[in-house]
Ligand binder design. Structure first.
Ligand SMILES: Cc1cc2nc3c(=O)[nH]c(=O)nc-3n(C[C@H](O)[C@H](O)[C@H](O)COP(=O)(O)O)c2cc1C
Length: 163
């Protein structure tokens, strides 16, 4: 079975979890990179990122060579932005055809996940969603536990994908 973890991460939390999951199940890793990234690390990032979400922006991504069609299991990871998934994930889902694919979802957040999974599942109505899991700021909160949780979940999802 071929698996991939595809994700966006602005500040490293989603990256941490994506790497742990990929390592746990021997999946490929694909980090989505917008051609134009936010400059601000201060409060301005919330205004910039939040307005991208509100305006339903789908930023252009740097090209990547992987074709999601080649994979049996696709795990999608996103930080929560303005109570939903981040715009680069919207860019991905606009182009990728994940119809009938086995998909797992994870998010990293600061305590308010809002409609992140509801919106993702709406967008992926044609896919076979195997599960979802969220992580509260895993870089700075109980990182060891977060790693264990990520590893176990990824293995469970990979098991379900084989069934
Ligand atoms: C533009 C922006 C909007 C955010 N909105 C939310 C939110 O609505 N709810 C929440 O819990 N955290 C929110 N956060 C916090 C991030 O989801 C959280 O820090 C996450 O761990 C970041 O993942 P990353 O390090 O992979 O970028 C926001 C962060 C940014 C930059």
């Amino acid at each position: 079975m071929k698996s991939i973890v595809v994700y966006y991460s602005f500040e490293g939390n989603t990256n941490l979890i994506a790497e742990v999951m990929a390592e746990a199940i021997g999946a490929d890793l694909l980090r989505l990179k917008p051609k134009k990234e936010i400059k601000s690390r201060g409060f301005g990032k919330y205004l910039w990122g939040g307005s991208q979400v509100v305006m339903n922006k789908k930023p252009e991504l740097e090209t990547f060579k992987q074709d999601l069609q080649d994979y049996d299991l696709i795990i999608i990871g996103t930080p929560v932005w303005a109570w939903t998934y981040a715009p680069p994930i919207a860019s991905l889902l606009e182009k990728a055809n994940l119809k009938n694919k086995s998909v797992g979802l994870f998010s990293c957040h600061g305590g308010q996940i809002g409609k992140t999974f509801i919106n993702l599942k709406k967008r992926l109505a044609d896919s076979n969603i195997l599960g979802e899991i969220d992580f509260f700021e895993p870089l700075s909160n109980y990182q060891t536990l977060a790693r264990e949780k990520a590893e176990k979940w990824a293995k469970d999802i990979a098991g379900k994908a084989i069934e």
